[in-house]
Every structure is written in C-alpha cells, then in structure tokens.
Design a protein around this ligand. Structure first.
Ligand code: SIN
Length: 465
C-alpha cells in the first residue's frame, strides 16, 4: 500500500505536493501525545485559551491571501470564495474565543439542610476530527475552536484531496502559541485513520463532516468505547418558492445557495419546488442569470464556478443529469462538461433541469454539483410532503412574504436549518446541523461548545446552617 499521496489542483491537474501518510504507529503516538497533553492543557484558564484563539485568528487573517490561494489550488473553488472561507473560518475562532469565557456551571437549590449542590463543566478530553474537502478551512476551525476553547486537545485528519489548507492552519496555531501536542494533524486514508480514531480509548470524542454512510460507520465503530460523537452528514435541501414570493429575490438566493462551491455543499438547494403558477417566470429568470456564470480555474478573474473535486464527483453528477433527461426532464441550460481524464480535471457547466419528477434520482440523492432541478407544487401541504420525504434533514429554504405561509413552512419542515427568503444561512454564531440521517449534534453558536464539555454534579453535605 502506497504510503504517499498526491495533492492535485482539480483545475489543472498539476501536482501541488506529495504527502506521506502517517503510519499506524505514528498515528497512535500522536493520539498518546494528545491524550498526555490534555492533562496540562485542561488546567489552563479560559481567558488564556481565548487569547491564544484570538492570536490564531489574527495570524490566519495576516496570511489570508496565501491561505486562500492554497485553498483554491487544492479545492478548485473561486478565489473570492476561498477568501470568504478564510473569514468564515476565523469567525468560528473569534466566536469560540469569546465562548471560552462563558462556560458556566450552576448551583441547584437543595432538598435537604446542610447540603450544597453544584454543577460544573469540564473539557471532554482528546478530540479527533475528520474534516471534508469542500470547506478545508472552516470545517476544521468549526471543530477545533470550540474544542480548544473548552480545554480539549485536538487532532484533525483532513481529506486527502485538500490537506494543505489544514496543515497551514495548524502551523499557524502553533505559531500563535498552542503547544504542538495540543493541536495536531495526521495524514492518512479515511478508513484507516477513522478506525484508529474510533477504536482508541484515548480519544473521548469524534467529530466528522462528510457523507451519511461514512458517518454511520464511524458511529458504529465509536460504540465500543462509548465515544461522544458529532456528525455533520449529507443533505438534500428542498427550496420552496411560494406563489406570492419575490421572484427576483428567489432567483438571486437560489443561485447563492445552489452554485456556492460549484454546488458542493451539504446545505445547497438540491430540489427546487416552485408553485405551478410562477414556474415559467421563475425558470426563465433563473436560466438567464445562470447562463452568465463563468466556469473556469478559480484563480482566474471573475470565475464563479470552479471544477468539481474529482472524477467520482463528476460521474455522480453526470449520471443524475442523464437519468433525469432519460426520464423526461428538459434541459434549460448546461448539461455539458469540460473533462480531461488524463489530467483528471472535471468542469461541469451550471445546469438547470425543468419538469423534474419524483422517479428521478436527483429527487432522492444529494448531487454535490452545480445542477438545479425544478419541479412544481400546487398546495403547501404537497410541497411539505415532498420536502420531508427523505431520510435527510439538514437545510431547507423557502420564499414567501406571507407570514402565515412562512410560519407554517418553518413549523412543518423537518430540517435543522431553515432559510426564509435567505439562501445563505451559515454563521459562526448560529447552530449548524441536521435532523434524521443528516447528523447528530450542532456546530456553531452557543450550542457548538456543548459537545466538548462534560457535566459534573457535586453534592456537598454537612454544611453549617
Ligand atoms: C457544508 O457544506 O458542509 C458546510 C456549509 C457551511 O458551513 O455553510
């Protein structure tokens, strides 16, 4: 088994770096080092940890341009999106630098004389994170920042497609003053490292962003050591446009949601449900705008859609588009590809499919590509039924200016994140996470530090009254 892997630019095929995978012994040594470091790190005070986090964030911002360039080179997303992701990544560090100071316990009114009842909060231990290629900076800091703020030690395994951003961020964490064993990374295959992380009794928490099948496997593997797990898994977001919606706003926000990172996000709109009375006007306006999106190497000016990450990603997208067309969908734009199998570069032109029906794969499986399928509904309950008819429950969007319709949809859509007239919901200070098979737990917001904390109850007796 090769112990190295190449990190390639998905826009050009250029090999950016060859990386050596850590051996099983090296990974176990790192876990031991992280476990040992926990015993001193957990004793640091919250304000000190906050200061280090603030310094880390500032160093990342000082290096924003070079980090964004590395991200675009390894992931393919347009440079403007990478620059935005650096800000998004540091917003998690900034938020949890503040939250570190608010890890409060409580006292409980007692049931008996001479007693005092206290609740205190403690870091959970060594945290192992498996992070995805689609947001190589923000998904790592969304896990590392609350873990470190809570007093946990942290080890990350970045995706093999995009390890360079993570490695750079961890170097900067050390430069900021985090001890090397407190924040670490390992390189290796997901299946190998995942097994070591989940089976090690030194690791108290596993946090993962990625696909639902892999998440299920990690949950199963974590059962033996009863680990705390946070799982940010797949989505299949419906985007509902009600009869009264502001169509121009719906078009603009659909594009923001659907085509961010070439449609390679877990929360991007994957099924567009439009009221039948406005379908044609919405579809026309959307098509007109989508045709203007520029596809290319993300380092070039004005490019809005980069390549998809790899051949598997492209194949899945192309199969869904073919399946929909074969079953009667109409192509309003796109459906074309610039691929070079030798260089392994895969560009998918932004695609809109009309007259999509329930028998098509795209209505049931996450696409992870720049393809917008449009279908219609005639009643709100029909839209809700279709929207909820999936094992996933990460993000849902709807467009209406009618408060009764909006409230009804908010209350009846079984999703962890709801965008109402909003296609860009993510924020460090808000909880991100899904219902059903989209995951367990939340990241971001005041909720996002909870999974890194244990609760201890202390009952003290024999007080003088
Ligand atoms: C994701 O797609 O997994 C994350 C998107 C976000 O945080 O906005």
């Amino acid at each position: 088994m090769a112990n190295t892997f190449e990190v390639k630019n998905p826009a050009t095929g250029e090999v950016l770096q060859t990386i050596t995978r850590h051996s099983e012994t090296e990974i176990n040594d790192k876990l031991q080092a992280g476990y040992d470091a926990f015993h001193t790190w957990k004793k640091t005070n919250a304000h000190y940890r906050a200061k280090l986090l603030t310094k880390w964030s500032a160093l990342i911002q000082d290096n924003k341009q070079s980090i964004a360039e590395v991200m675009t080179k390894e992931n393919g997303k347009p440079l403007t999106e990478s620059l935005g992701e650096v800000d998004y990544a540091t917003s998690y560090i900034d938020w949890y630098a503040e939250e570190a100071k608010r890890i409060y316990g409580r006292t409980i009114p007692t049931h008996a004389d001479g007693k005092r009842l206290l609740v205190t909060r403690h870091p959970i231990g060594l945290v192992a994170a498996i992070t995805p290629w689609n947001f190589p900076a923000a998904m790592m800091t969304r896990k590392a920042a609350p873990a470190l703020a809570a007093g946990c030690t942290f080890i990350a395994k970045p995706a093999e497609d995009t390890p360079l951003t993570t490695i750079r961020l961890i170097e900067l964490a050390h430069e900021a003053g985090f001890p090397t064993d407190v924040v670490q990374h390992v390189n290796g295959r997901g299946s190998v490292v995942g097994k070591l992380f989940t089976s090690s009794s030194l690791v108290r928490k596993v946090t993962f962003t990625g696909s639902t099948p892999v998440g299920k496997q990690l949950i199963q593997q974590s059962a033996n050591t009863v680990k705390n797990v946070t799982m940010e898994l797949g989505g299949h977001a419906p985007l509902i446009i009600a009869e009264d919606a502001d169509i121009d706003l719906a078009v603009e926000q659909t594009i923001a949601s659907k085509f961010r990172n070439a449609g390679q996000t877990c929360i991007c709109a994957n099924r567009i449900l439009v009221h039948s009375s406005i379908r044609d006007i919405f579809a026309d306006k959307l098509t007109e705008k989508v045709k203007e999106l520029k596809v290319g190497n993300g380092l070039e000016d004005n490019v809005q859609i980069g390549p998809v990450i790899n051949k598997d990603g492209y194949t899945k997208i192309a199969n869904q588009v073919d399946d929909a067309i074969n079953k009667g969908a109409t192509l309003l734009t796109g459906g074309t590809y610039d691929i070079d199998n030798e260089k392994e570069t895969y560009f998918v032109h932004p695609t809109i499919l009309n007259n999509v029906s329930d028998d098509m794969d795209i209505m049931h499986y996450e696409t992870f590509g720049p393809v917008a399928p449009i279908t219609t509904f005639t009643s709100l309950d029909e839209a809700i039924q279709v929207a909820n008819d999936t094992p996933f429950g990460l993000a849902a969007y709807f467009f209406t200016n009618n408060y009764k319709i909006g409230t009804y949809l908010s209350e009846n859509l079984d999703y962890g994140i709801i965008g109402w007239n909003d296609g860009a919901t993510s924020a460090a200070h808000a909880p991100f996470g899904g219902m059903k098979e989209s995951g367990l737990g939340r990241e971001g917001g005041s909720e996002g530090i909870e999974p890194y904390l244990e609760t201890k109850y202390i009952s003290i007796g024999n007080f003088l009254e």
